[in-house]
Design a protein around this ligand. Structure first.
Ligand SMILES: Cc1cc2nc3c(=O)[nH]c(=O)nc-3n(C[C@H](O)[C@H](O)[C@H](O)COP(=O)(O)OP(=O)(O)OC[C@H]3O[C@@H](n4cnc5c(N)ncnc54)[C@H](O)[C@@H]3O)c2cc1C
Length: 465
């Protein structure tokens, strides 16, 4: 790809060294911008690129696919080695499916388990809500273990031409002393420390957001935060499920005569391979947040579920894993000084439902658009404006919806409000149709029915920043 250099000189053309494993993407020559950071003479093609992406989760790999397909020389740096696990519920709503389809991925195979709606359990009721028919999203969801899903995406990035370095833990940004802009990253590898250079860096390193922290982009205390734990169990009765199951109430049935309501919300997702993914989450608006043994809470809840589901210690298919859920854009700005924040690193988890994969991939798509525009402009004000456009696009895309989600998460942190909402809402199908669209972000951005219009009206009533 032909890019402007920082000095405005013609770009140098060097052969791509292609250290990504098994790639069949374009290995021909590629032009690199003359170094923004390093001396303009010799550049090491193994450690320099047009763009560095830190983290090969859904955000990083998706951005790498889009950029590499457009001919950008991308270094994708990942601290683990594939296949690797990621603590997650493994569920994709239609919003996530849309992003998978946008990459041209075939989801017809047995690797994917399809679902046709959400089953909600609470207030002594169970209701099934089909995914809505919409212009903007498909009408089915998917389940696939992150161990496979993330590897598949990271391989797609390599296939598109990205150079993936695994076992490469990024420790710090490298900054241009004069401008303060990030111009590379320092990393540790099995072979010792390595410094990589690029004029643009995408932070897709997940909830730790190490790179953003290194650049001084702090967490926002005014935005919601969650924590979630999950475990796999073998379960013949629950593994095949055509719905994602959500539990609005968790009960401690140690004393069956006196069940006690526990804090948090749970899920049971059949994996279709003999196992289920079961977990629970809690928001920081709950009194119990930070004062709870989440692993014990999971065991207590599951011990009270029907024996035949098999959600007991003896059927556990692995340890309990947990992680934070950075929600509602709890780290901004999404662009500053050459660094773009994607996915969890930018706090992009939906505060209404804790879903993060779809939004990580959406942020990647928006970031890739801005990066392509930026790389096509000479270094300077116009390039900066293109990059600032990413932060603006994120706000426009999700800012107001996430502000609304923040208000929602504050309200449901109060047990009395949650109890009333569950008891009043669940029996009313029309209301639940609206609630599903709102909570899962599954509404049309134009046209649509009454519920789409109500959600659009609600989001237009709150500020996006
Ligand atoms: C228990 C739980 C259940 C969840 N369930 C769901 C669900 O069912 N559906 C859903 O949509 N979302 C779910 N989420 C949220 C979802 O997992 C995240 O939002 C999503 O993974 C974000 O993707 P990402 O690419 O931004 O970050 P990640 O998936 O976290 O990827 C970050 C990558 O960066 C790498 N990395 C980190 N630090 C460095 C470093 N210093 N150097 C190099 N590489 C680094 C990591 O190894 C990782 O590969 C759940 C989260 C939790 C905790």
């Amino acid at each position: 790809m032909k890019h402007f250099t920082s000095s405005g000189d013609a770009a140098v053309t060097v052969p791509r060294s292609g250290v990504g494993t098994g790639g069949d993407g374009p290995v021909a020559t590629t032009s690199l911008p003359a170094a923004a950071a390093a001396p303009a003479t010799v550049r090491n093609p193994d450690t320099t690129a047009d763009v560095i992406i830190v983290g090969a989760g859904p955000a990083g790999s998706t951005a790498a696919v889009y950029l590499a397909r457009a001919g950008v020389d991308v270094l994708l740096l990942e601290k683990s080695t594939f296949p690797r696990d990621k603590v997650c519920g493994d569920g994709l709503t239609p919003r996530g499916v849309k992003q998978v389809l946008a990459l041209g991925i075939d989801v017809s195979g047995d690797d994917w388990l399809r679902n046709r709606g959400l089953r909600v359990v609470g207030g002594g009721r169970t209701i099934e809500l089909p995914w809505p028919t919409l212009q903007d999203f498909p009408d089915y969801g998917l389940v696939r273990p992150r161990r496979d899903f993330d590897q598949m995406l990271a391989d797609l990035a390599v296939k598109a031409g990205a150079r993936r370095h695994e076992g490469t833990r990024v420790t710090d940004p490298v900054r241009d002393e004069r401008t303060g802009h990030i111009v590379g990253v320092r990393a540790t590898t099995e072979d010792g420390p390595v410094t990589f250079h690029a004029p643009l860096v995408l932070a897709a390193d997940g909830v730790s957001a190490r790179l953003a922290v290194g650049m001084g982009v702090q967490k926002r205390p005014d935005r919601p935060l969650g924590v979630a734990v999950r475990r796999y169990y073998t379960s013949a009765t629950r593994t095949h499920d055509d719905h994602l199951e959500s539990h609005l109430e968790l009960w401690d049935r140690t004393d069956p005569a006196r069940p006690k309501l526990l804090p948090g919300y749970g899920w049971i997702f059949g994996m279709g391979d003999g196992t289920v993914n079961v977990g629970l989450g809690m928001l920081n608006s709950s009194k119990a947040f930070g004062r709870t043994d989440y692993r014990q809470l999971l065991r207590t809840w599951l011990d009270g579920t029907p024996e035949e589901w098999g959600l007991r210690e003896a059927h556990a298919a692995g340890p309990i894993g947990g992680a934070g859920l950075p929600m509602g854009f709890n780290r901004t700005p999404h662009y500053r000084d050459g660094l773009l924040l994607l996915g969890d690193a930018g706090g992009a988890v939906n505060p209404f439902n804790g879903e993060g994969i779809a939004y990580a991939m959406e942020s990647a798509s928006l970031a890739a658009e801005s990066v392509l525009q930026a790389l096509g402009r000479p270094d300077g004000a116009s390039r900066e404006a293109a990059l600032a456009g990413y932060a603006a696009a994120m706000q426009e895309h999700l800012g107001a919806y996430y502000r609304l989600g923040g208000m929602f998460s504050t309200l449901i942190g109060r047990p009395a409000i949650m109890k009333a909402a569950t008891r009043l809402g669940l029996p009313r199908r029309r209301l639940m149709y609206l609630v599903l669209k709102l909570l899962a972000g599954l509404y049309d951005s134009r046209d649509g029915d009454w519920a789409d219009r109500v959600v659009r009206m609600l989001t237009s009533a709150v500020p996006s920043v």
